[in-house]
Structure formats: structure tokens, C-alpha cells
Write a protein that binds this ligand. Structure first.
Ligand SMILES: C[S@@+](CC[C@H](N)C(=O)[O-])C[C@H]1O[C@@H](n2cnc3c(N)ncnc32)[C@H](O)[C@@H]1O
Length: 299
């Protein structure tokens, strides 16, 4: 277990930030070997104490009292033991929104922010047509995808489904905090009849569970993310994508767009599975160059 240094003697914002980074580095864990990673963690832990920017905190000569430093020490100790910092503070940023992420939901990932971007870009043609727009987020978890779409396209009706009641309650709480209206529904995405009953939609987006059960994950993922959000049976890695393509004829309007995040090893299989008469299917690569999502446009 990492040895935590005693609290910093100097309690200015700059000194406390430096103390957090040095504590992480001196923990000896390879996860904290990179300066950039330590700085990012320090940023989040400090933002949890006071969300104002570093420049403002320096300008107002912010000092942290003993209670705040003790809280910080407790959080730092959890991070040093391998808990993701987003879990420790209980929130993360997603497309500029602060999204709560209890242990019942997947911690929203930066690559999913890109998936939302691809979805919105794909929807430009649909948007140009007159009339209201209705979109569906499948497997909403924290609600990050649905909420960011609602924030960025407030005139659209957004529906979000998840099988997990606990996840939906976090998503609803996030919606209330952000004052964004999304229709939350507890639905099994693998139940074709229940899914059909929700439609039709102009757009469908999803980051479904896609990791084969036997895949070995990093301990910080394996131990701190809900299995329901991650895994599919080894024998059925395309389970959710098959369910999505079967919705198209009844639940996706002509010209409608469907985007799903994928395991980089299965992106091509998903694209094959989504081949449909008259539909265009594209693979999308993330900023690291990995194939990350598939987009279908219905004719
Ligand atoms: C990979 S997580 C994505 C969460 C969130 N959309 C995100 O991108 O951070 C997948 C979500 O699908 C939900 N899920 C798993 N099986 C489901 C099913 N059969 N029907 C509906 N949702 C399901 C999980 O509870 C989890 O919230």
C-alpha cells in the first residue's frame, strides 16, 4: 500500500497541488509514472474541493483548511490503492457536463465523447429536414450520452433506456442536476418487442456492453466497473449490435442514423452485421487511430 506523506505544511493552492502530484509519483505505482496522469488526477481532486479554475484560486489566494486537507488525504489514499479518481470524487466531465458516476454505472470515457460527435455529425442531414426529432440512447448508464445530446440539441426529444434500475436512478439524478429533460425508461434492449414499442426514432446511439467475458481487464476496470456494463458472452460478442440492426426496419425512420461504439477488434464484424439493403455503413476511427464505432444511415 502506498505510504501517504503527511499533510503539506503550506496550505496554498499551488503547494497542495504539488503535494498531491508528488504523493502520487512517490507511490511507486506504474499507473502514476507519467507527469501528465498525476497532473490530471490532481486537477480532479482539487476541483472536487473547489471547482474554480487554478488561476482564480491563485488570484484569490485560496488556502485549504484542515477538514479539506483531511478529505483530500482520504481521497488520495483511495486513488493510490487503485480506485479510479472519478469513482473517488463521484463525478467526471463529459462533453463539458459534470456527470455523477456512482459504482452502479460505467465511468464515461473520452472515446464515447467522440461517438456522440459522430452521431451528431451523422444527424446533420436529418436535422436539415423540417419537423421534430426524436433520438434514442441504448444502455444509457450515467446518462452521459443522452444528456450531452439534449444539452447540445435542446429541441430534440431524447429517450434513454437501460436494464439497470440503479443506473437509471443515477442517470435521472444527473438529468435533474443539469436541468436537462430526457425520457428515462427501464427496458431490456435485447427484447425486440419492448424496443419496438418505443419507436420510431430519427437517430439511435449506443455504447453497449461489448467486452467478451473471458477478456482480461486492468484491475482498476475489473474491480470498479459494473460487469453488466462491460461484458457479453464470449460466444455472442455481437449480441447488442444484432438487436440494434433488427430494430431498423420498424424503429429507425427513413434517412435515420444509427451509431454504436464497438470493441476495436469487432468493428468490422459489426459493420458486416449492419449491412442492410439500401443502408450506408461506415467505420469510424478515434483520435488514437483505433476503429471505434460504426455508423449506419438508412436510405
Ligand atoms: C458500456 S455501458 C454504457 C454506459 C453509458 N452509455 C456510457 O457510454 O458511459 C452499457 C450500459 O448498458 C446497460 N445494459 C446492459 N445490458 C442491457 C440490456 N440488456 N438492456 C439495456 N441496457 C443494458 C448497462 O447497464 C450499462 O449501463
Amino acid at each position: 500500500m502506498a505510504h501517504l506523506r503527511s499533510l503539506p505544511a503550506n496550505n496554498t493552492d499551488r503547494s497542495v497541488r504539488r503535494w498531491v502530484k508528488e504523493t502520487l509519483k512517490s507511490s511507486g505505482d506504474s499507473m502514476f509514472a507519467e507527469e501528465r496522469e498525476c497532473a490530471a488526477i490532481a486537477e480532479r481532486l482539487m476541483a472536487d474541493l473547489d471547482p474554480r479554475s487554478r488561476l482564480v484560486l491563485e488570484a484569490v489566494e485560496r488556502r485549504y483548511d484542515e477538514g479539506e486537507l483531511t478529505k483530500l488525504q482520504g481521497s488520495l489514499s483511495r486513488v493510490c490503492k487503485g480506485e479510479p479518481v472519478q469513482r473517488v470524487v463521484g463525478w467526471t466531465e463529459f462533453r463539458g457536463l459534470r456527470v455523477g458516476c456512482s459504482g452502479d454505472v460505467l465511468i464515461p470515457r473520452p472515446e464515447t465523447e467522440e461517438v456522440v460527435q459522430w452521431f451528431l455529425e451523422g444527424m446533420e442531414m436529418v436535422e436539415a429536414k423540417p419537423g421534430p426529432k426524436r433520438v434514442l440512447d441504448i444502455g444509457t448508464g450515467s446518462g452521459c450520452v443522452a444528456l450531452s445530446i439534449k444539452a447540445e440539441r435542446p429541441h430534440w426529444d431524447v429517450v434513454a433506456v437501460d436494464i439497470s434500475e440503479a443506473a437509471l436512478s443515477q442517470a435521472k439524478a444527473n438529468g435533474e442536476c443539469l436541468n436537462l429533460e430526457v425520457e428515462w425508461k427501464q427496458v431490456d434492449a435485447l427484447n425486440a418487442e419492448d424496443m419496438r414499442a418505443l419507436g420510431p426514432f430519427d437517430g439511435v446511439v449506443s455504447n453497449p456492453p461489448y467486452i467478451p467475458q473471458s477478456e482480461t481487464l486492468e484491475p482498476h476496470v475489473q474491480d470498479h466497473e459494473p460487469g453488466l456494463a462491460l461484458f457479453v458472452p464470449d460466444s455472442e460478442p455481437l449480441l447488442f449490435y444484432e438487436a440494434m440492426i433488427s430494430m431498423v426496419p420498424t424503429s429507425l425512420s427513413p434517412g435515420g442514423v444509427m451509431v454504436a461504439e464497438c470493441h476495436s477488434e469487432f468493428t468490422k464484424s459489426v459493420a458486416d452485421c449492419w449491412k442492410l439493403e439500401g443502408a450506408q455503413v461506415h467505420l469510424l476511427s478515434d483520435l488514437q487511430g483505433a476503429e471505434r464505432a460504426v455508423r449506419l444511415v438508412r436510405s
